[in-house]
Design a protein around this ligand. Structure first.
Ligand SMILES: Nc1nc2c(ncn2[C@@H]2O[C@H](COP(=O)(O)OP(=O)(O)OP(=O)(O)O)[C@@H](O)[C@H]2O)c(=O)[nH]1
Ligand SMILES: [Mg+2]
Length: 187
């Protein structure tokens, strides 16, 4: 059985964009419109030689109402099936109450959680990550689901693909050079 990586977070933070990036598809709809993704959506990811399942979910509103109730239910079903959950947050908005509430809910599930601080292109990674340490879910990872970070000078971080799904978000900082040109074209 393939490991399952489930992408969650509040609306409009870039979950579907990250899904498309990890699956190298344009299968998930992306728009500057909160609440676009309404059910859960499966795709195939690959890291080095290892295949994994990627699941995109709708915005998880802890106090959901109306249509958001069903979306939150779908997200929770996906979380229950997850080997690892990527909690996507937004570097531009910073840490907000909804992120804290989702983090708290995820903590209660006992699942392994990685915090991705999305939309961090053009920002200092340490500063972008700083406040997200407060979530208490381990070191956050500044990423850009949409853009490719320029290579970091004197970086000690590995750039080669790794077999661990937990490094998926970090890897996005430095995808293999063979993929760089295609990333801008949406893979
Ligand atoms: N600047 C920037 N914008 C991004 C990035 N990733 C996503 N976006 C934008 O953020 C908006 C929302 O992206 P989606 O991927 O649809 O977000 P979502 O979390 O799936 O949204 P819902 O399905 O509505 O919950 C779109 O306008 C994207 O273009 C990023 O890395 N940087
Ligand atoms: Mg979406």
């Amino acid at each position: 059985m393939k490991p399952t990586l489930v992408i969650v977070g509040r609306p409009n933070v870039g979950k579907s964009t990250l899904f498309n990036r990890l699956t190298r598809t344009r299968d998930a709809l992306v728009a500057a419109l909160p609440g676009l993704t309404r059910d859960r959506h499966y795709g195939a990811g690959r890291l080095g030689g290892r295949a994994y399942l990627v699941v995109d979910t709708g915005g998880l509103e802890p106090d959901a109402q109306g249509v958001f109730v069903e979306m939150a239910k779908q997200a929770r079903t996906a979380i229950a099936e997850a080997d690892v959950v990527v909690l996507v947050t937004d570097a531009r908005d910073g840490l907000i109450a909804q992120d804290r509430a989702i983090a708290e809910e995820l903590r209660r599930t006992g699942r392994r959680v990685i915090v991705a601080v999305n939309k961090a292109e053009g920002m200092n990674h340490e500063l972008a990550n700083a406040e997200f340490h407060e979530l208490g879910l381990g070191a956050p990872h500044a990423i850009s689901a949409e853009q490719v970070f320029p290579p970091r000078k004197n970086s000690s971080k590995p750039t080669a693909p790794s077999a661990s799904p937990s490094s998926a978000a970090r890897m996005r900082e430095s995808p293999p050079s063979s993929t760089r040109s295609s990333v801008r074209n949406g893979w």
